[in-house]
Design a protein around this ligand. Structure first.
Ligand code: NDP
Ligand code: MG
Length: 394
């Protein structure tokens, strides 16, 4: 049968390279046909040499000739593209039947939406697109018959625990329980978080991930974004979603049913497992990840999240309950604050402070169109940037 053609958007990142690792293990079933990245031309060229896609795209249009010349110099037949519109077009094109959405942040929304509208199998890692435009994205995917397979480990676990792939159709689901590692600062008080450094914040105890999601894990905003993500993916209200801190990161999430059964998915913390679930579904395929040795792990611990030390989780919950443009505002403020933190411009505790400031400054509007959501996103970025410039302690 025909090879599955896979487009990897965000190919140079943590998820992108894990996906390429899994794909390369199955040359008889699948190949990487499209690779896209943001601005790292050298890394993209190296991946093209290794995986020989038909198309390669770089988001920064100024880098087009460097990509094209690099492909030519390497003697590759890979066609060069540049700009966001080119990435969107490739995501929707016949060059791929499966699209891995692994661009970080709201920058991934337009290509994720393009793939959904084109009816692709969508392996969705880019959670920010669901936070920003969850209703729109899931509606467009349903209309076009695009199958969304969550790659985020918690949602992938829930997906594996459901028979219907859609909590909407599964009447017997009582609640969804998302697990959280607690990040590098689990157990610390608010005062102890004051002086933490960037290096400490990105050193996640269990997962190796890109810098943005690593900081989100440290603030617990990641879990907040995931609550909103679960709400949209599985169409469950916030009142039926719980968060449980589980420091070993082996139980990736759980689903409780009305008969008292609880199903969970367990595995080592390695994203190649969830990517293999998405790439092979409904078949199981090799991922390169070994099984779990529960005997040597010894124990599984669970505790409640500390919403006082980590207010981002509470803020995300509030934004979800408020609805409309509030989640878009939350996400944009967080992206700006995290990037300022990574640049050393603000301290760790300024991240929740800035998100809270922007959420309380901007009015929430009904947001059922892409334009309204993108306008809220842009306004929130502006307000957060302005507040950073005015911060007294930076
Ligand atoms: P990385 O920072 O490692 O990679 C980000 C990727 O996005 C890179 O390929 C980067 O390209 C590309 N990119 C950045 N900006 C743009 C842009 N404007 N246009 C096109 N491409 C762009 O991130 P991760 O792989 O860690 O995360 C990717 C997504 O997956 C995030 O949404 C994250 O929340 C989600 N996710 C990640 C997990 C993980 O384990 N890493 C787990 C669960 C979810 P370049 O290299 O050129 O900058
Ligand atoms: Mg996750």
């Amino acid at each position: 049968s025909r090879l599955r053609q896979v487009a990897i958007l965000g190919a140079t990142g943590s998820i992108g390279t894990s996906a390429l690792d899994v794909i390369a293990r199955h040359p008889q079933q699948m190949r990487a046909s499209v690779l896209a990245a943001g601005s790292n031309v050298d890394a993209l060229l190296a991946l093209c040499q290794q995986h020989r896609p038909d198309h390669a795209a770089i988001a920064d249009p100024a880098l087009f000739s460097r990509l094209r010349d690099g492909l030519n110099d390497a003697g590759l037949a890979t066609q060069a593209h540049a700009g966001h519109a080119a990435i969107d077009a490739l995501a929707a094109s016949d060059h791929a039947d499966t699209v891995i959405a692994a661009i970080v942040g709201a920058a991934g929304l337009s290509s994720t939406l393009a793939a959904a509208r084109a009816g692709k199998r969508l392996l969705l890692a880019n959670k920010e697109s669901l936070v920003l435009a969850g209703e729109l994205l899931t509606r467009e995917a349903a209309t076009a018959g695009a199958e969304i397979i969550p790659i985020d480990s918690e949602h992938n676990a829930i997906f594996q625990c459901l028979r219907s792939r859609d909590a909407r159709l599964e009447a017997g689901v009582r609640r969804i329980i998302l697990t959280a590692s607690g990040g590098p600062f689990r157990g610390r008080s608010r005062a102890e978080l004051e002086a933490v450094t960037v290096a400490q914040a990105v050193a996640h105890p269990k997962w190796s991930m890109g810098p943005k999601i690593s900081v989100d894990s440290a603030t617990l905003m990641n879990k907040g974004l995931e609550v909103i993500e679960a709400h949209h993916l599985f169409n469950v209200p916030g009142s039926r979603i719980d968060v449980l801190v589980h420091p070993q990161s082996l139980v990736h999430s759980l689903v409780e049913f009305i008969d008292g059964s609880t199903l969970a998915q367990l595995g080592l913390p390695d994203m190649r497992t969830t990517l293999a679930v998405g790439l092979g579904w409904p078949q199981r395929i090799e991922s390169g990840v070994g099984g779990l040795d529960l005997l040597s792990q010894g124990r599984l611990d669970f505790e409640a999240p500390d919403m006082d030390a980590f207010p981002c989780l509470r803020l995300a919950w509030q934004a979800m309950e408020a609805g409309g443009s509030a989640p878009a505002i939350l996400n944009a403020a967080n992206e700006v604050a995290v990037s300022a933190f990574l640049q050393g411009r603000i301290g760790f505790l300024s991240i929740p402070a800035l998100v809270e400031h922007t959420l309380s400054t901007l009015p929430y509007v009904a947001a059922d169109t892409l334009d309204a959501l993108l306008a809220a996103d842009a306004q929130a970025r502006h307000i957060t940037e302005t507040a950073i410039v005015r911060l007294p302690n930076v």
